[in-house]
Design a protein around this ligand. Structure first.
Ligand code: FES
Length: 106
């Protein structure tokens, strides 16, 4: 699915994310600056913090205890739609989703 990552400064980057890839993998592979992904996707760094849109929020399972714990550690403001991009696996239903990135990750 094509998912658009919007940097904190408003710059959008549409990325064609292969199904099954995490949004962190796809964003870092396409040079999206607002996602760091320091731990490589093992839900241990919180530098892949993002704000999902309503479409994604409706599709995603609730955050695991582990993800919720890491969301306590995000550097930028935590919002109701805060998630970790490495814990979001792309599915076809996510086509057109928009993910907004925070001001900072570390
Ligand atoms: Fe480290 Fe997501 S990449 S928590």
């Amino acid at each position: 699915p094509t998912i658009t990552f919007v940097e904190a400064n408003g710059t959008p980057t549409p990325v064609d994310v292969p199904e099954g890839w995490s949004l962190m993998q796809a964003a870092t592979a396409h040079g999206v600056d607002g996602i760091v992904g320091e731990c490589g996707g093992s839900c241990a760094c919180a530098t892949c913090h993002c704000y999902v849109d309503d479409l994604l929020a409706a599709l995603l399972p609730p955050a695991s205890d582990n993800e919720l714990g890491m969301l306590e550690n995000v550097v930028a403001e935590r919002r109701p739609h805060s998630r970790l991009a490495c814990q979001i696996k792309a599915t076809a239903a996510m086509a057109g989703a928009v993910v907004t990135l925070p001001e900072c990750q570390e």
